[in-house]
Design a protein around this ligand. Structure first.
Ligand SMILES: [Mn+2]
Length: 355
């Protein structure tokens, strides 16, 4: 059980309580999803029962859906979550607490009122668990990836000269919703023409022109789990330069996928892809890391970048997303979500490449 495994991590770091306010972390341990961070708190004493503190409007849903914990409600509008937390911390006689995240005013309030209790931010114990996905999580990630494939394909079908970027995003998101996505994993990126040189180009009312690169980067959510894909197409016939860029990024993407396996150091995977872009003359134009972990959050450990010392493990799910960005001209990126196995990486997103 996840709470037991967190308690083992707590024993290792010699603390007697862990306080969780991040909604995805609360969901990971209790199965209860709410709408925003820090309106609820899950306090886990090393010895004793975990308690989820929720505001009145979340109480019925939490009672019905939260597992592995007691559910307590902040009884009226005057009572602050901080006061309820302090009561619980004193009740359990906690002295040395770590937490995942807290708004600064709430943290200041806590340390002022609990001056004898040590409060330290440390997300490591939770990431140590969350970065290795279990069978159930993998099945949710597969489902999210399947829906993501449908979304990117619907988006690509909508791309033609005369159409606006947000219309393409609308088609892609509509298809994902229809196939059961709980929402979008992050703001859909449709970046066309010179705007495709912005890696996080969101989407605007720009009208697509013939000859444009169009980057489509999106993801679905299934049972809380996210997926992430990017495809780049050229509207009409690509020029020689566009073709060269597409071919290079495609090779870098394939090379990175092929070298993924358990125990490889993340910076090595990044280097494999980067080397191909460098040798093709576009090393400087690959301006970000190769990829990131994905799960309940769209960006989570492990990180694939030139500085990352993360060691890939079976059950990690990461993106592989090399790109080339030329300001004033345009950019491209190809991305898939990948499950790490002992001897290989398995692509969870599998949409066509349209190259
Ligand atoms: Mn990504």
């Amino acid at each position: 059980m996840r709470i037991e495994r967190l308690k083992n991590e707590m024993i290792k770091s010699n603390i007697d309580g862990y306080l969780i306010s991040n909604i995805n972390n609360v969901f990971y341990f209790t199965g209860f999803m709410d709408i925003s961070d820090a309106t609820l708190s899950l306090i886990i004493p090393l010895d004793g029962e975990p308690t989820l503190l929720v505001p009145p409007l979340s109480y019925a849903a939490a009672k019905d859906n939260a597992s592995n914990c007691l559910v307590d409600v902040i009884s009226n509008e005057e009572e602050k979550i901080v006061d309820k937390l302090i009561k619980n911390i004193k009740l359990n006689n906690l002295q040395n607490i770590e937490f995942d995240t807290l708004p600064i005013p709430m943290y200041m309030d806590l340390i002022k009122k609990l001056n004898e209790v040590k409060m330290t931010p440390n997300r490591k114990p939770i990431w140590n668990l969350r970065r290795i996905k279990d069978e159930q999580e993998i099945s949710f990630l597969r489902k999210a990836s399947l829906i993501t494939d449908i979304g990117v394909e619907a988006g690509i079908q909508a791309i033609k000269a005369g159409v606006k970027e947000y219309e393409i995003a609308a088609e892609a998101e509509y298809a994902m919703r229809l196939h059961g996505s709980e929402g979008i994993a992050f703001d859909t990126i449709v970046a066309s023409g010179p705007r495709s040189a912005y890696p996080h180009g969101v989407c605007t009312n720009r009208v697509i022109n013939k000859g444009d690169f169009v980057i489509l980067d999106l993801g679905a959510i299934s049972s809380g789990y996210r997926s992430d894909i990017t495809r780049t197409v050229v509207v009409g016939t690509p020029t020689q330069k566009q073709n060269k860029m597409l071919e290079l990024v495609s090779r870098a993407h394939r090379k990175a996928l092929e070298c993924i396996h358990e125990n490889i150091i993340a910076h090595e995977v990044d280097a494999n892809a980067r080397e191909i872009l460098k040798s093709g003359g576009y090393g400087k134009e690959f301006i970000h890391g190769l990829g990131h972990g994905v799960g309940l959050d769209i960006h989570e450990p492990p990180t694939l970048s030139s500085r990352s010392e993360d060691i890939l493990k079976e059950g990690n799910v990461v993106t592989v997303e090399p790109g080339i960005y030329i300001l004033g001209f345009g950019g491209i990126r190809i991305e898939d979500t990948v499950l790490v196995h002992k001897n290989c990486g398995e692509q969870l997103t599998q949409a066509e490449y349209y190259l």
